[in-house]
Design a protein around this ligand. Structure first.
Ligand SMILES: [Ca+2]
Length: 377
């Protein structure tokens, strides 16, 4: 008996995500449509007097090369002065018409002395420590972080986001696994970037996976290595798009608007993660910015889904009618005899224990097939 376990996906396929597949269910514990007047503090922390982050600092001799981000995150929300009259002072986030807005402002701001800790206004802390000229942060911005009670592990997360463009703008939607205080320790560093767009070269930095090996080699995957053409034809980040991530025990799959554009083997990212949105200035570009302020990231929603499951079923296929196939995760899928997809079929075969193909199995040009074997999650 021949047993085939196949991992495959057709790029350009209209992948089976909650976008078009009812076999995914919204996680009932939380999702955020940003419909209220205030950010939901049950879910989110809005960072205040927070900078992330500084590297290449040697405290012993005060040598400093570059900070990675050139702004201070503040929790200043736009407010009303009177009835329907918006306050015009500097603010870094707002909720309006069902959308969370993170605002990157060209706004000098200082760090209060009591916040100058290694993980609060750290840039100024280091400059203080080294007796150098203490620079202002030249920009202020916003960062929100999902609270620990709502950490995400496995499933599909999607956010509908748009951003404006400016050289050096560095917005990100990412997942991060460890406490801030241990960020620089280097071990167990795990990060998945659904998008991290920088230097104004927005098209190059979607879908980054950091693990310890990747980070220590400072390696960033780019679309050039994977699948550039699709995004170039469909992608304009100044309009709304749905940025999705499917994270399973075996794979990390990146989507835009329901299309797979990149698949990574999951090689060790197994622990739950915070979800973070922030809008930074990349320090390397801080002297080469255009007049694009404020930077605005609009987040319409954040939703998490898991696939529907049918873990008790062993599905036997023989002359199987794929047109009526549901994509629920089965225990096992076994093909025997003759099976064939039609050219219009778009089929996911998901199982926890394996997919066996015996006999003839025909996938004609035009059909879309994805086979996924994962432990239950
Ligand atoms: Ca909304």
């Amino acid at each position: 008996m021949a047993i085939f376990i196949i991992y495959t996906a057709l790029f350009n396929a209209n992948a089976q995500t909650p976008f078009n597949d009812p076999n995914w269910i919204l996680i009932p514990t939380w999702h955020d449509e940003f419909n209220g007047l205030e950010i939901n503090s049950t879910y989110w922390t809005v960072k205040n007097y927070f900078d992330h982050y500084l590297y290449s600092v040697d405290i012993s001799d005060c040598s400093f090369t570059k900070g990675d981000e050139g702004q201070l995150y503040r929790n200043r929300k736009r407010s009303y002065q009177g009835q329907n009259e918006r306050e015009t002072s500097i603010y870094n986030y707002d909720i309006e018409n069902g959308t969370l807005k993170l605002l990157l402002q060209n706004d000098n701001c200082d760090c209060p002395p009591n916040m100058r800790t290694p993980w609060g206004c750290s840039m100024q802390y280091y400059f203080d420590h080294c007796g150098d000229n203490i620079p202002l942060y030249h920009f202020s911005s916003a960062a929100i972080e999902l609270k620990d009670d709502f950490r995400f592990k496995y499933g599909y997360i999607e956010a509908r986001v748009k951003m404006n463009c400016g050289n050096g703008f560095f917005p990100a939607f990412w997942l991060f696994g460890i406490d801030d205080s241990s960020l620089h320790q280097g071990s167990n560093y795990q990060e998945i970037d659904v998008f991290e767009m920088q230097y104004g070269h927005y098209e190059d930095n979607l879908g980054i996976v950091h693990d310890q090996n990747i980070m220590t080699s400072n390696r960033h995957y780019t679309l050039e290595q994977i699948h550039k053409s699709t995004l170039y034809t469909i992608y304009d980040y100044t309009n709304y798009h749905n940025y999705g991530l499917e994270w399973t025990p075996s794979k990390i799959i990146f989507y835009v608007d329901g299309y797979i554009y990149r698949i990574e083997k999951n090689d060790g990212i197994f622990d739950s993660k915070k979800i973070i949105f922030n809008f930074a200035i990349h320090e390397n570009e801080a002297n080469n910015l255009g007049d694009y302020f404020p930077g605005i990231m609009d987040i319409d929603y954040v939703r998490i889904y898991k696939p529907r499951t049918d873990y008790s079923t062993i599905l036997n296929m023989n002359n199987y009618d794929f047109s009526s196939h549901d994509n629920k995760v089965k225990k096992k899928i076994i093909m025997t005899g003759n099976n064939a997809l039609q050219t219009t079929d778009n089929v996911y075969l998901r199982a926890t224990d394996g997919v066996e193909i015996n006999g003839d199995f025909i996938v004609p040009l035009g059909a879309e097939l994805y086979i996924d074997v994962n432990e239950a999650y």
